[in-house]
Write a protein that binds this ligand. Structure first.
Ligand SMILES: C[S@@+](CC[C@H](N)C(=O)[O-])C[C@H]1O[C@@H](n2cnc3c(N)ncnc32)[C@H](O)[C@@H]1O
Length: 222
């Protein structure tokens, strides 16, 4: 199955659903996505003054959790949907949110101690280019935390059916949510993904699965 996703289509999709994004995320995951995101970042050991980029930050959840856990870190949230960024800026006044395409940023080589990316790679038109860019802007020894849907098991199949229904129920854009499900279906499972990360130069550090493997987090090192 192929999924139609030019950068313009993705940008437009997230600009369209931005206003309802947080509400829908909470409704569809029963609030569990926050618990997962909070747990993930505890594995990073971020020190005061470390530079952290939350790529594909959307409405800034992960950036916000990092700021709460390490208030002295220099955290930037980056995304290419202005409407998602607008919401992030309203929610988190202490964090810098910038408009950036993660496949082609202006950051110098070796800038960040950590790059995080939650539910982003699956939506990027050229994921290989994004991984090359993340690798380039990480400092040697820096870590990349990637979080997204994981195994395509029975539980994830139930989720695939429920999500467009919930979207319809709450008058979300069900076409957009159907796309999101399709993108999840063709996205590599964690084992394969880790191999892709290794092809981009990263070394494996750890993996943790959540909710019967439906969500998976991997940490890789430059
Ligand atoms: C599903 S949202 C995830 C938001 C947030 N990280 C979270 O966990 O809730 C995916 C985000 O990736 C962004 N995105 C997709 N392709 C991108 C790219 N090439 N550069 C920057 N952001 C991108 C979208 O605009 C969207 O805000």
């Amino acid at each position: 199955m192929t999924v139609f996703k030019t950068p313009e289509y993705i940008q437009n999709l997230f600009n369209t659903i931005a206003e309802k994004y947080d509400f829908m995320n909470n409704a569809m995951s029963f609030g569990l996505h926050k618990f997962v995101k909070k747990d993930c970042i505890t594995f990073l050991d971020i020190n005061p003054h470390d530079k952290v980029l939350d790529a594909c930050t959307g409405t800034g959840d992960i950036a916000e959790l990092i700021k709460k856990s390490q208030p002295l870190a220099e955290i930037i949230g980056a995304d290419f949907s202005e409407n998602m960024l607008d919401i992030a800026r309203i929610k988190n006044k202490k964090i810098e949110f910038i408009f950036t395409d993660i496949t082609n940023t202006n950051f110098p080589d070796n800038t960040f101690h950590f790059v995080t990316m939650g539910f982003g790679l699956r939506n990027i038109s050229n994921p290989e280019k994004a991984l090359t860019e993340v690798y380039r802007i990480l400092k040697p020894g820096g870590k990349f935390l990637h979080l997204d849907f994981g195994r395509k098991n029975f539980v994830s199949k139930i989720f695939n059916i429920l999500v467009p229904l919930v979207a319809k129920m709450f008058k979300g854009d069900s076409d957009s949510y159907s796309y999101l499900i399709k993108s999840k279906t063709v996205f590599p499972e964690p084992e394969e993904l880790i191999k892709d990360f290794e092809k981009s130069g990263f070394n494996f550090v750890m993996r943790k699965d959540y909710l019967f493997g439906v969500i998976s987090m991997q940490i890789m090192k430059k």
